[in-house]
Design a protein around this ligand. Sequence first.
Ligand code: SF4
Length: 252
Amino acid sequence: MKIDELNKRIKECRRCRLSETRMNAICGEGNLNAKIMIIAQAPGEKEDKEGRMFIGPSGKVLDKLLDAAGVRRGEFYMTNLVKCMLPKYRKPKQDEIKACSYYLDEERKLLNSRILVPLGYYGSRYIFQTHGIQSPSKAEFSLVCGRLFLAKDKKILPLHHPASLLYNPDSKQDLIKSYRKLQVLLKDCKWYPVCPMKRFHEEGKLDKKWIELYCKGDWESCIRYQKEERGEPHPDWMLPDGTLDEKLHKEG
Ligand code: SF4
């Protein structure tokens, strides 16, 4: 199936009760070759009326967060977990997610973005579940926001939904900090070509997870990177999380 065909099906969809109250089912938008797919929860009223993604109040917040992160919408593909508006901004019901996530699954197959960025609890729970990762409870969701997870050939970065800033303006700095990870994930660590971790990995002495999670992932959180930036000496056998690996030391 091609994306145009999928979008046609989305627009005509009657798989759940939300089709009775919506004006428009909203298709994904953006760069079809994007490395990063952003997955929001569901369209709001303005999106429902005008048939476009993120054009209401949440979209304005999203643009400010992307701007603060130094990235642009055009660098991503954006879609929703549930394609139709949820009446009175209520939470999505389990059977609605079950019916509608078929489209998200198809989009994921068609685009093959290597990094999935679910916004908010429900999108994150679905993406975690479909990748065999233990999903946090709603109360613990903040603890995983902005943390990069590895699942086979995909990376997952859960973030707070931009709408959360409308209800909780005090969280602005935390959101800006976590959305900055989008810029980090668009490129590899600048030290990678000369980093001992690359050599250890190529020699089969280092698990690929270190490279994927840090060197080609969230390198800004790497202790080696931070020390490099401050000009502080550190041994070759120090792992990206700052622990010393004596096995690497001996095998050097
Ligand atoms: S280990 Fe750290 S410093 Fe080295 S390439 Fe990876 S992220 Fe960069």
